[in-house]
Write a protein that binds this ligand. Sequence first.
Ligand code: BTN
Length: 330
Amino acid sequence: MTQDVKLIQLLSDGRFHSGEELGSILGVSRAAVWKMLRSLAALGLCVQAVPAKGYRLQEPLELLDGALIQSILSPSAKPLLSELELLLTVDSTNRHAQRAAVQGARSGYACIAEHQSAGRGRRGRAWVSPFGANLYLSVYRRFHLSLAALAGLSLAVGVAVLKALHRADLSGVGLKWPNDILWEGRKLGGVLVELTGEASGPCDVVVGVGLNVRMPRGAGVEIDQPWVDVHTIAGGCSVSRNRLCGLVLQELLIGLEDFEQFGFERFRADWLRWDLTKDKEVELRLNDKVVYGRALGIDSSGALLVEEGGTVHAYNAGEVTLRARDDTVA
Ligand code: BTN
């Protein structure tokens, strides 16, 4: 364990600790403690310094705990995980998982980070990833399927995350095609699936899930769309990040295995159950045009069905916006 992690652990209770106490536990001078505390600010951690009291974190933290997360996995999910790597900070867990795969990590490798310095969303967006506040999780898996057979995988991952959220008793959460996780029109989480491989397979897939758990207000202002976090949905009750992480990992591992065996058909009914756009007027932004119509769910491959002037078209790509009755967008 690095000194930085030890220091964060000592401060994670949110109580005051003197520089002297921290220095003696870590075996370093008070000046070295001060330097380390300054480096925590670079991770987005807010450390308060109060004369005669010492240092404390503005908010207590529940640090990620690999053993606790793995203890949540069922006997059928455990063998599907080849390794779980915990990272203090990383550019992006998806990038890290891709690098791990290139370096020989086995299918079923997963990584979780406390902080991402360059978290990535879909369509080239940034994913705001402050320290210790949310979930940033990626799983690498090799599929013995063709690229075409993997159509619908990103929707299946959305279904897996929704199952985990329901197991965590979070209600009112749904999916906006293909896999945006929303609550009352606000973004709770997202899925980034990245594939490499031959058209005929096998394909290496990295599935990344980001879930806002308790977004600090200062970080939330950086998000360029309406957002929400688990803490708000749970009515201000604190929800364990480790439990949520275990539940999401559990459903992901099982979901990816089911996808390999049964394909998207296995997930379609659940996706439709949680479809937030069904029968709603939508705007679909494609690369070269914008389509307006009524969303009619998805077809057997996961393509979005939109009725435009009496004709139904299936779309494999695009950005959906819900058009509310008063013509404002949600
Ligand atoms: C979206 O834009 O809706 C997708 C967001 C996906 C974010 C997650 S966080 C873990 C993983 N690592 C990344 O860099 N992105 C994904």
